[in-house]
Ligand binder design. Structure first.
Ligand SMILES: [Zn+2]
Ligand SMILES: [Zn+2]
Length: 165
């Protein structure tokens, strides 16, 4: 089984050829696609795409660190509802991005922790975006991530050893 665990096929750049891209992926040997949402709107589109491609496309629901200021308790409640759908297989993407720093650091950290809590409540794996933020990610995972599972991406550090121990 070949799973593309991170394909933003909900985004507008695929508005003209989305179905062709999905078809080409499956013809090329991909057996599952996970589309991680980046905010409430794209999480909804990811879920709709997953429903339109049963058994083939699956969704993550979450708020990207760039968009962390759009996250509210109400958004979290809606993610929790969406996560009851069988097509939602992960919480994410969420994370910390101090490279572009499009949201204030403290907001990113708070929203990161809210997503860890969501993953725990929903018993779903995390899709975690890590860019120039390894120390904070490790700190927050150690404090709030016990027992959670998932994948990192955009990871440019060499600190996996620290995460594991
Ligand atoms: Zn992404
Ligand atoms: Zn990312």
């Amino acid at each position: 089984m070949l799973v593309d665990s991170h394909a933003h096929i909900d985004t507008s750049r695929f508005q003209n050829d989305r179905e062709a891209v999905i078809q080409a992926a499956f013809e090329g040997g991909v057996t599952r696609i996970v589309d991680p949402g980046c905010d409430l709107a794209s999480s909804r589109v990811a879920l709709a795409l997953a429903k339109a491609h049963p058994g083939a496309v699956f969704a993550g629901v979450g708020t990207h660190p760039h968009d962390a200021t759009t996250y509210t308790d109400e958004v979290g409640m809606l993610y929790r509802q969406m996560a009851r759908e069988p097509e939602v297989v992960a919480i994410g993407e969420f994370g910390l991005d101090y490279f572009r720093m499009l949201s204030p650091r403290e907001v990113q950290r708070a929203v990161f922790c809210a997503h860890l809590q969501l993953a725990r409540e929903c018993d779903l794996p995390c899709i975690i975006h890590v860019r120039d933020s390894h120390d904070d990610v490790i700190e927050l995972l150690r404090a709030h991530g016990q027992g959670l599972r998932g994948v990192f991406h955009c990871f440019s550090g060499d600190t996996l050893r620290q995460i594991c121990c």
